[in-house]
Design a protein around this ligand. Structure first.
Ligand SMILES: *Cc1c(COP(=O)(O)O)cnc(C)c1O
Length: 403
């Protein structure tokens, strides 16, 4: 397929290369608009989107609920101040507590910022109740964000020496290894923090026994269990929150990505027992910002009222069945995932190439590791679009096999 690049796009790309601080390798396309499962670039080419803004656009692109909520809010109140309540902030916190096991909500702007809040809350708890314990145990291959503290919490090998010195007080143990976790806990431990399904690490779900075991340890040692549900929360795994699959209630949960459906928004949720911050301990200029509150409220309300978690479960199963059918033909291994967070391994380390070829064919998928493909489409995806995705994927894989 020949891509006709218009003059306008060329000009934009020159600007991008001249003026943007280089931080990421990006393809030479500029996204212009989106609707539902599709994105369009400035050359008018369309892309079927199975990345969904990185597991963010749970309602798809430019959904009516977000548009209507923002239009209403922008003409009523854009910003009051973080020192005042606003209407949507209260309604949204109520909606989240009514639909989860938690009692209290703190809003922020990104997943990393919500996790910073969780780390602070755990350290506050350690100071108040555990004789100053501050250490948080996290898992190898986990991901918690890109601020200095959340990078330190993240168990990513490539980041070990980046931006030294790291924030102190994090210990990484292998994932799904209960003994390693139990052995890592010491007198200075105040919390365990992990993702129920490691997302950026390549889609690795925690086992039921592992999570149940960790919960038991946390209760016995009176340390906090923090679930980072930034990627797994808001319907992604087939239930509103992934903790529901494990029948375990964490003490703290963080949400991001899907909670704003594309609007920058995150949240920290906890139980009444841990409502222990004092005034001024935690905050931020845009925490509870009315536009974000209106957008998030509309998104979560839509996910709940349309039961999109259930759709995620059904469509996730459908993708899995189809993957199983073609597994041997293409040499896939380790099919895994939960709901619409799905990963599988290629027989060769060609993830990057597959992603690029699919992009050329008008399909967006992700490769978090050179041998892994990850799918995380909007929760509104239908069988039709899944069939279409497989058509393109198989075409690309067939071509690469024959090379
Ligand atoms: C994406 C992600 C984060 C970071 O969220 P940002 O909004 O990029 O700061 C944290 N934890 C998990 C599990 C994530 O997937």
């Amino acid at each position: 397929m020949v891509n006709v690049v218009n003059k306008y796009t060329e000009k934009l790309l020159r600007g991008a290369k001249k003026s943007l601080l280089y931080t990421a390798k990006r393809p030479d396309i500029v996204m212009e608009h989106g609707k539902g499962m599709y994105l369009w670039d400035t050359d008018g080419k369309s892309y079927l989107d199975f990345i969904g803004g990185w597991a963010v656009n749970c309602l798809g692109h430019c959904p009516d609920p977000i548009r209507i909520a923002l239009e209403q809010q922008v003409s009523q109140l854009v910003n009051a101040s973080p020192s005042f309540y606003n209407k949507k902030m209260i309604e949204f916190a109520d909606l989240l507590t009514e639909n989860s096991c938690f009692d209290r909500v703190f809003f922020a702007n990104s997943g990393a910022e919500a996790n910073e809040g969780a780390i602070k809350l755990a350290r506050k708890y350690g100071t108040k109740f555990l004789k100053g314990a501050y250490e948080i145990i996290t898992t190898v291959n986990g991901f918690h964000g890109r601020t200095l503290a959340t990078m330190s919490a993240t168990g990513k090998k490539q980041w070990e020496s980046l931006y030294a010195p790291k924030v102190d007080g994090f210990k990484h143990v292998p994932f799904n290894d209960l003994n390693a976790m139990a052995n890592a806990i010491g007198p200075s431990t105040c919390a365990i923090m992990l993702e129920p399904v490691q997302g950026e690490g390549g889609v690795y779900p925690a086992s039921i026994e592992y999570i149940k075991g960790i919960k038991k340890i946390c209760d016995e040692r009176e340390i906090l269990l923090i679930f980072d549900e930034v990627q797994t929360g808001i319907g992604r795994t087939g239930s509103l929150f992934a903790y529901e699959h494990y029948n375990v209630e964490p003490d703290i949960m963080t949400l991001g990505k899907g909670i704003g459906g594309g609007f920058p928004l995150s949240a920290l949720l906890t139980k009444e027992k841990y409502n222990i911050f004092e005034a001024g301990d935690q905050g931020g200029t845009y925490c509870g910002q009315p536009l974000a509150m209106a957008a998030g409220l509309a998104v979560v309300d839509e996910v709940i009222s349309k039961n999109l978690s259930q759709n995620a479960g059904i469509m996730g199963k459908y993708i899995m069945e189809k993957l199983k059918c073609i597994q041997s033909e293409y040499g896939f291994t380790n099919l895994r995932g939960m709901g619409l967070l799905i990963g599988f391994d290629l027989p060769v380390e060609k993830g990057g190439e597959v992603v690029l070829e699919c992009l050329r064919e008008g399909l967006l998928i992700n490769s978090p590791k050179p041998y892994t493909i990850r799918l995380m489409p909007p929760l509104i995806v239908t069988k039709n679009e899944i069939d279409k995705m497989f058509e393109i994927l198989c075409k690309v894989l067939g071509r690469l096999q024959n090379r």
